[in-house]
Design a protein. Sequence first.
Length: 431
Amino acid sequence: MRGYKTWKRWGIFALLGLLVSWAVSCSSGNVVSRQATTGDRQEVEFWTMQLQPQFTDYFHKLIASFEAKNPGVKVRWVDVPWSAMETKILTAVSAKTAPDVVNLNPDFASQLAARNAWLDLDSKISSQEREVYLPNIWKASTFDGKSFGIPWYLATDITIYNQDLFKQAGITKPPASYEELAKVAKQVKDKTGKYAFFVTFVPGDSAEVLESFVQMGVQLVDAEGKAAFNTPEGKAAFQYWVDLYKNGLLPKEALTQGHRRAIELYQSGETALLRSGAQFLSTIAKNAPAIAQVSVAAPQITGKTGKKSVAVMNLAIPRNTDLPDAALKFALFVTDDENQLAFAKAANTLPSTVKALQDNYFKTVPRHATSADKARVVSANQMKQAEVLLPAMKDVNVLQTLIYDNLQAAMLGEKSVEQAVADAAKGWNDR
């Protein structure tokens, strides 16, 4: 997962910058059909998304432990490059050669849920088993009221800020809300001549701005799937970003360059803060050690709702699996408290179970803590307010494009805010 694009299905989010600092493998991940039984043992085929070679040892031990506890079951692990997963799983589901357990994210998995591709977990998992997982995170893997996935690992964005630039601007604490962010943006520009932050309005790139609408209290679509943002709240969200741009508090290239530019500007000391995953602090330390020395983690900026965004990876089981019980047993084993905690520590992610997240590893900053240690605690502390902010629905990328295109038109003075909002809503309803 090399790309740091919140909106790309497999880019962060695949996980909101989750794997930017990982030196990922581009192995072919060839997928072949297999028999459901091997000798006297059932064989569960398990696909993950680009977790080799960094976690090869972890999964070999995990699988060996499961097989020892379930002697009648063998697990065959196949790791697929993130860029190939969508095509491979679509092909496999259509050909009825899908794996028994597959690692996806709720966004794409929900598209297949609409085609009835996944096992209905509500009839298979007891309420007691379900209560092991964080309620808001479980909800992310539901479609039309039915559960299609089991939550696995998570990441929340945090705010990384440059203490030196804040000091130069006379700012004593990082902004917690978008209202405070606007004030900080003006103060940084007035005092230092630099921009406080960079955010992109390029359609198809980061969904940070679209998520900000939800945080500000905007409902994007209604129960019938029609546009629901042509409201006072929607117009206020449009106006917020238009005002920042027109007042010179956002770089001009926000309309033409993607989230990668935000990283470049922060690492070069040209912006005062960056929204990113806690994992990205390690990358800053490698690429810009001087900036890393003055970088501090703070909670994610939000709106009046208090909501924080979270990226989720889950495990889904195809409806046509020959081994539903063995597959479910393995998926629950991978995502149980003990194994989630172990993987979270190995991968520097967050677990999706209530008990694992209560571990002191996510609550206590160790002595001689690194910036990454502190960021992990900040990130974990946000989970009470964390949820997947964008609805699991068809064409949500089209919705983002319509809103971003019309935001740009308003920023450039080609449309009023009212017209831009109305045009975006009409474009969505008429698509």
